[in-house]
Design a protein around this ligand. Structure first.
Ligand code: ADP
Length: 400
């Protein structure tokens, strides 16, 4: 059956009449189905969808009107247009009116072939259009259902993500709290260990033998390391928990203070530190001081054979309302595969004997920058130097 071919049911008890109808309506757009009684017509109507029915009125057993009445009663066939074919106009006038509302038409025998063809063509076209509209409505309904399902799935995923984030934040806070309390409480016994070790050293140096002196010295060095570690951990957990309030901060002042604090190291390494005009930002000035200090400290510590040259840059970030800072050095550089790792707490690329340190500095920087809603990352070339970038929210229009 062609795509837009429709079924047309021809009902007449006389084979000759059926053949005549068939000849008139011959058309590739129609599939003509013949029935020689009302009962046969009803059977066909059960297993096919019809665009219209041409129904002979005068038939034995079940006449056309009776057949039409049953067709109208069935829900599935209720709306199929029926064209009565009759030789008696009187019969139509008398009974046909009862069906008039249900799109019943009639045609008088002998019929005009063109009129018959036109009537059938109009109804067939109506059927095609209705089918198309119904198909499109179904498609629309299906895609709407899909959309509704997608939206529901997305909403569920978002809710889950939100719950996970809340949970993550809570467990992060807990961990921070734990780190803070633990490191705080560890300080006290450590102080006492290191105090007694110092006493031992002071009172018994040279009296217990060379080995004992060495053991005491090593133990003392270890307590120093532990003290530095604990202080680092404390500083790290303090960023989130005990951070100061945000206020306008003049970065020129912060920078200046960091340089004063690092004066000894700067002089010892003969480092040259230059900077762009520094803008104002909004933040926690003491933490921003720590940030610059840690980055300078690393730039000096991981210097190459050259004299350390450090430059601090500041430009407007692509993200409006933010500044992009850079701290560039000419030190040993960092291989690209470690660009992420170095910001993780306790991650170091060297042994303590090569470079002293705890592996906390950059993770602290990351935490500080993130508390300020900024990002931090590094670009570097081993042997040439490293540049650490970070963004901070701009404060006022203190533009350089
Ligand atoms: P620490 O300095 O205590 O080792 P950090 O967290 O500050 O810890 O740094 C982690 C690692 O990143 C360092 O051990 C070092 O390998 C690398 N690194 C940091 N800053 C620099 C730098 N400016 N140049 C080269 N390597 C660096």
């Amino acid at each position: 059956m062609a795509d837009d071919q429709v079924n047309v049911l021809l009902v007449d008890d006389r084979p000759g009449n059926l053949l005549a109808l068939e000849a008139v309506l011959e058309d590739p757009g129609y599939n003509l189905v013949k029935a020689n009684s009302g009962a046969a017509a009803l059977r066909h109507l059960l297993d096919k969808e019809f665009a219209l029915i041409l129904l002979d009125v005068q038939m034995p057993v079940m006449d056309g009107f009776e057949t039409a009445r049953i067709i109208r009663e069935r829900e599935k066939t209720h709306d199929i247009p029926i064209i009565f074919v009759t030789a008696e106009l009187g019969a139509i006038d008398h009974v046909g009116r009862g069906y008039a509302l249900n799109a019943v038409d009639y045609i008088l025998k002998p019929y005009d072939r063109d009129i018959l063809r036109t009537k059938v063509a109009v109804l067939a076209e109506l059927h095609r259009k209705t089918a198309k509209v119904r198909q499109q409505a179904e498609l629309l309904g299906r895609s709407e259902a899909r959309l509704v399902k997608l939206v529901a799935e997305r909403t569920r995923a978002m809710e889950k993500l939100e719950r996970t984030m809340v949970e993550l934040e809570r467990s992060n806070k807990e961990l921070e709290q734990f780190a803070y309390v633990a490191s705080h409480d560890l300080q006290e016994p450590l102080r006492s260990i290191s105090g007694f070790l110092q006493l031992l050293e002071k009172r018994y140096a040279g009296q217990l033998g060379e080995d004992a002196d060495l053991f005491i010295a090593r133990s003392l060095a270890a307590t120093h390391r532990m003290k530095t570690l604990i202080e680092g951990l404390l500083a790290y957990s303090r960023v989130g928990m005990r951070g100061g309030s945000f206020e306008p901060v003049d970065c020129a002042k912060v920078l200046e203070q960091a340089l004063v604090n690092l004066q000894v190291g700067i002089e010892e390494s003969d480092a040259a530190i230059t900077h762009d005009p520094m803008p104002a930002v909004v933040g926690d000035s003491s933490q921003l001081g720590q940030l610059f200090q840690n980055l300078f400290n690393n730039a000096i510590k991981f210097k190459s054979d050259r004299r350390p040259e450090i430059h601090v840059g500041a430009t407007r970030d692509a993200n409006p309302g933010h500044w992009l800072f850079s701290v560039r050095d000419n030190g040993i550089g960092i291989p690209a595969e470690h660009f992420e790792r170095i910001f993780v707490i306790f991650q170091r690329l060297h042994s303590r004997s090569e470079y002293p340190g705890t592996g906390i500095g950059l993770s602290l920087c990351k935490k500080i920058v993130e508390r300020h809603n900024g990002r931090i990352w590094v670009e570097s070339q081993p042997g040439a130097g490293s540049t650490f970038f970070f963004t901070l929210p701009a404060g006022g229009d203190h533009s350089p």
